[in-house]
Design a protein around this ligand. Sequence first.
Ligand SMILES: [Zn+2]
Ligand SMILES: [Zn+2]
Length: 298
Amino acid sequence: MSLTLCLHGVRGSRPTDRLDQMDFGCNSTCIEFKTENNFYLILDGGTGLIPRGREIVQNQKSTEFNFIITHTHWDHILALPYFEPLQDSKNTVTFYSSKPVRATFESLFNRMLKERNLAIPVEQIKAKINFKTVKSGEEFKIGNDISISTYQLNHQGITLGYRVRHGNHSACVITDNAPIDNGNYMGEGMAAAAKGNPKAFESKFRQGLVKFLANADTVVYDTHFANDNLKADWGHSTPALALDVCYEARVKRLVIFHHAPEDSDHDVRAKLDSIKDRAKKLGVEVDAATEGKEWVHG
Ligand SMILES: [Zn+2]
Ligand SMILES: [Zn+2]
């Protein structure tokens, strides 16, 4: 059994269009998991989804589409209405997402279409759409042999990290996620959970994340900031922080991801270089997320 991780969009916060960002890519978050199964499994609907949707309709192998949504910030859902398979009544599209108190994915998605914020008229969306709620810590199956687990990250609302398992292989996506130390609690429910014993909460979160990623083949990890310009309360990590977690979790490969919109190709390379030597010593392979790049496991 093989599990292929395929990156269609790697930019964080918003899509960009600068010539000096083309090596790594300008589209916002969209990642696909490919297996021997016919159906499609895609994480998030940033602008990387638009060219992928066009490609799919030209050579479609299934009418079943599954989306796992990390959270509702625009860079992660912006392009969903432009996903061309949504326009075909033969298709069934299921969205898995968390249910935060404010701005659920379902309500935002429906509003994007119905309140005519976009050029796509709601009548054009003909696919059958299902919404499913998933909680942090939940494990569910798609098909017979893909199992997916979730972990609430330190980011606004309820942002979910995902682990996709197929056979002996696992690939994880941790976007977006800030360091939790010193009371930097960003996720819904976290401040309340930390009340009384913040140190214990922080250590539980960190240990939980390490366990969630344990022995994964590949982890795509939010490294929006460089090691020397972290703004912890903005909800993101750095390459050094990502490497610490991945080393502790005995991850084989770390892919730095969610490149800041202002980062040039040179800046992204510098981020990768900033952890290369240490990663080599620790035995973790490192790479930078690049649009169109695939990693095949198995
Ligand atoms: Zn983001
Ligand atoms: Zn975000």
